[in-house]
Design a protein around this ligand. Structure first.
Ligand code: EPZ
Length: 428
């Protein structure tokens, strides 16, 4: 077990380069199951969830060759359906993209029920609704999702009850080689939905409208291999933007698509932070006080739920009353207990958190999920004293070389082995 040890109160100054987007890389890797041929995927982030995804593909019979740290060659020609190892599948949420990919390739799927961060109940009813419209009546039995079609998938019209990134992606995967046209309405518009559509089209699919709330997929006979580079990670970028503001630093964050961060940049400017933009970079600097603000998370292009814990740190440091409404997940405030440990003045009522600002104090806290863990790191960087963050494996699931990137811009942060307290007490 390891923890981060942070000596905070130092401004982050310099330049950070952003890696490929986790939530684009994962569906694209699983999407390779649709392809009888070799796909070269570039700009892969070096994170745990990518490693697990590649292990799953290899276990299913794909050949997986790392060409360099961020480039992989995958040939799924000999992949066998229903062979994804359960012990790997239920450690990451993105394994559920295998449902759509197996249905698209084989007309049937057998995949373990997904894992992922705990934000309360995370049903998959919309995924199953989409599969049913395509002719695959899925059921959940013994911890697996099973679906099969006798004579292959047939395109249809799906109107999602709510905006779901996962369900939009899964139906796109399944519909690529279905007979005829599939229309998805009330689709998610996230950049990673667009990135997957672009990857699939590079493999010969016929997908139009990704990035809008109506996506049309004209089924094709087969998909062929391609080379494709993952888009930059807007959430990684947003996380470092907020860290720059929280530490009163001056950070230039490169290899970004500023448009993806419009909502985050606007909210930070509202709080008094300077945010400048270039073609492929943003520069964030801040001196003086932060102004309180109100945030409500929304599907893209609204304020991202994956940036919710991070901005709570600015709200703790700002003067005055801020409110933070989580409207995407049932319960994404489990990390507030950790902020209370740091002396935060915050109250949670259902899906609304109200912050009275006034600052934080260094403490030993833990990552309760991926983005909340990143928020604890931001808090530790911002405040004087020594903050320790436990359960860092959750952070390293989604942030590529976070320690090295922060050290390079002046952060005093390191990874420390947690000795087994019982064993070391007995030894003394
Ligand atoms: C993806 O999760 C991301 N995960 C999440 O990022 C992200 O927070 C989320 O999209 C929203 O942007 C990956 O891409 C691996 P949803 P997903 O389906 O697909 C409800 C991170 O930090 N819902 O858009 O699970 C659901 O419960 C992670 O990188 C249903 O009710 O999100 C939630 O309340 C955390 N039924 C809402 O919709 C369904 O069938 C949005 O979920 C599907 C979803």
């Amino acid at each position: 077990m390891e923890k981060f040890v942070i000596h905070g109160g130092r401004p982050l100054v310099g330049e950070i380069e952003i890696s490929g987007m986790k939530n684009a890389a994962l569906p694209i890797l699983m999407g390779c199951v649709l392809v009888k041929g070799e796909c070269i995927i570039e700009n892969l982030p070096e994170i745990h969830d990518v490693t697990v995804s590649l292990q799953i593909l290899e276990a299913m019979g794909a050949t997986v060759r790392m060409l360099d740290r961020n480039t992989v060659a995958i040939d799924a020609s000999n992949v066998r359906y229903g062979t994804a190892p359960l012990e790997l599948v239920n450690t990451i949420r993105a394994s559920y993209y295998l449902m759509g990919a197996e249905l698209g390739r084989f007309g049937k799927t057998h995949v373990g029920y997904p894992g992922g961060c705990d934000f309360g109940v995370r049903p998959i009813d919309q995924h199953l609704k989409g599969f049913k419209v395509l002719g695959a009546d899925a059921e959940i039995v013994n911890g697996y999702v099973d679906a099969e079609t006798e004579d292959g998938l047939v395109g249809g019209h799906i109107f999602f009850d709510l905006v779901s990134v996962g369900a939009t992606i899964n139906v796109m995967l399944a519909a690529c080689m279905a007979k005829g046209m599939t229309e998805i309405e009330n689709a998610a518009k996230e950049p990673h939905v667009v990135d997957l559509a672009n990857f699939l089209n590079a493999c010969g699919a016929d997908i139009k409208g990704a990035g809008t709330d109506t996506i049309r997929i004209n089924g094709v006979e087969r998909l062929h291999g391609c080379s494709y580079a993952i888009i930059p990670d807007m959430i990684e970028a947003g996380t470092y933007m907020i860290a720059a503001a929280a530490t009163r630093g001056d950070l230039t964050i490169t290899n970004v698509i500023p448009k993806h961060l419009d909502c985050v940049s606007a909210k930070m400017r509202e709080m008094g932070v300077t945010v400048e933009e270039g073609d492929e970079w943003v520069r964030v600097s801040h001196k003086g006080e932060l102004t309180a603000a109100n945030v409500k998370t929304q599907p893209y292009p609204g304020y991202p739920t994956d940036m919710q814990p991070q901005i709570s740190i600015l709200m703790c440091l700002a003067k005055g009353t801020s409110t933070l409404k989580e409207s995407v997940f049932d319960n994404r405030f489990r990390y507030i207990d950790e902020l209370l440990r740091m002396g935060a003045n915050v109250k949670v009522d259902g899906k609304m958190a109200t912050f009275e600002g006034g600052g934080l104090s260094a403490a030993r806290v833990r990552a309760v999920d991926l983005r909340a863990g990143a928020a604890m790191v931001i808090a530790g960087l911002a405040i004087e004293g020594c903050t320790e963050v436990d359960n860092i494996r959750l952070i390293e699931r989604g942030y590529d070389h976070i320690i090295e990137k922060l050290q390079a811009v002046g952060a005093d942060i390191c990874r420390v082995e947690i000795k087994d307290v019982k064993a070391s007490a007995q030894a003394e």
